[in-house]
Design a protein around this ligand. Structure first.
Ligand SMILES: Cc1ncc(COP(=O)(O)O)c(C=O)c1O
Length: 398
């Protein structure tokens, strides 16, 4: 029998970061030690008090369906968390979903349709393009440059606007560049949108991983008009080392949230009940664990920064947030490694994995050629040895 797939499904590419991690896993399965810097998740275990809350939820039989938009306690806790961070959301403006990725899927599904355009600044998180396309809308890329720290300027935003633009994605702190927009930069961008109905989808999943201060203030907290035009997306995955638990959320004015509620009720129902109780413990419990993980990431950031600075021909600025270095390797393109010609970031990462056993993600997966992404969610020993291996690999270029 011949299976005919929907065009929508046939056109979908697998997530590039997941594909890179898979290649590394295959090598590991052969017994090779891989310095795996391709991962987009904290390497820490979920803190003990959060795991205990999940065990308690299981013992207490919290194993049934919950309201499809999430347990009221968690929606309230998320709203309180935002109030502490300067923006008031009612609990019924928050929907708990299966991770921030699901929340983003919901948002584009209720906002966009064929004919709409969504502005996506580059470099972008790998799934944005596919998520926008699944809604029927078309992504329009805005190319940022290292000169502006990979931040979009108001002039670039202005130039990208047209009547069919429905939404724009802002991701600060950014995966992969680590860029964090300042308050003034965000307000300048907001001013460009003042006379439009463009919705800002603000992906703040790395909000707690900033290296100057405790958190990046929510975009919606900066001004009331911004609260009205913003859909805030975040979750517990990165802040609390809870990627596998799959809890994220959206917070938005009621007309958007109400549509998301209806969609989620038909599509997935509630996210895992046990994970929701774990997330409740994360959001309402002691926050020292977040500060400890941030401090450890800061140590690693310094180490990687020093090591990269000592490698000739690569350029990388220190990230202000998240746990990635976005490294320019263009000086090595067009050269050969172990007789293997390397013309682009994909070939670079393949050669680097095969020859140095260092796993990185090609920049093109984030829409920018000539770069690779290195995740420092790995132990200090791994980072030290892996960066030495990367240095030797680069030195072998002919
Ligand atoms: C920028 C960005 N947004 C969203 C997500 C998805 O988060 P979650 O695991 O909560 O779905 C990720 C995960 O890598 C990310 O890097």
């Amino acid at each position: 029998m011949e299976y005919r797939l929907a065009t929508r499904a046939a056109a979908l590419q697998p997530s590039a970061t997941i594909a890179a991690a898979q290649k590394a896993r295959e090598l590991k399965a052969k017994g090779v030690h891989v310095y795996d810097f391709s991962l987009g998740e904290p390497d820490f275990d979920t803190p003990e008090h959060i795991r205990a809350a999940a065990e308690k939820a299981i013992r207490e039989g919290k194993t049934h369906y919950t309201p499809s938009s999430g347990i009221p306690e968690l929606r309230e806790a998320v709203a309180r968390r935002y109030a502490e961070r300067g923006v008031r959301y009612a609990p019924n403006e928050v929907v708990i979903s299966n991770g921030a990725k699901h929340a983003l899927h919901n948002v584009f599904s209720v906002l966009c349709e064929p004919g709409d355009v969504v502005l996506v600044p580059t470099p972008f998180w790998v799934s944005y393009k596919a998520l926008v396309q699944l809604s029927g809308a078309t992504p329009r890329l805005i190319e940022t440059s290292p000169a502006s720290g990979f931040k979009m300027t108001p002039e670039q935003l202005e130039a990208a606007l047209s009547d069919d633009v429905r939404a724009i994605i802002l991701n600060s702190p950014c995966n992969p560049s680590g860029a964090v927009y300042t308050r003034a930069e965000l307000l300048a961008l907001a001013d460009v949108l003042a006379d439009t109905d463009v919705v800002i989808v603000s992906d703040e999943i790395y909000e707690d991983l900033v290296y100057d201060g405790d958190y990046a203030p929510p975009l919606a907290s900066l001004r009331e008009d911004l609260r009205q035009r913003t859909v805030t997306v975040s979750g517990v995955s990165k802040s609390f080392a809870m990627t596998g638990w799959r809890i994220g959320w959206s917070a938005a004015p009621r007309p958007i949230t109400e549509a998301i509620e209806r969609l989620q009720s038909q599509q997935t129902s509630n996210p895992c009940s046990i994970s929701q109780y774990a997330a409740l413990a994360a959001v309402t419990g002691e926050q020292a664990c977040v500060a400890e993980m941030r401090a450890e990431f800061a140590r690693r950031r310094a180490l990687v920064g020093e090591k990269l600075a000592a490698i000739p021909g690569v350029r990388a600025t220190q990230p202000d947030g998240a746990f990635y270095f976005f490294i320019a390797i263009d000086e090595y393109l067009g050269r050969s490694f172990g007789g293997q010609p390397v013309r682009n970031s994909v070939e670079f990462c393949t050669a680097c994995l095969e020859q140095a056993h260092v796993a990185l993600v090609p920049g093109i997966a984030f829409g920018v050629e000539g770069y690779v992404r290195l995740s420092f969610a790995a132990s200090v020993q791994e980072l030290e040895a892996g960066l030495d291996a990367l240095g030797r690999f680069l030195a072998s270029a002919s």
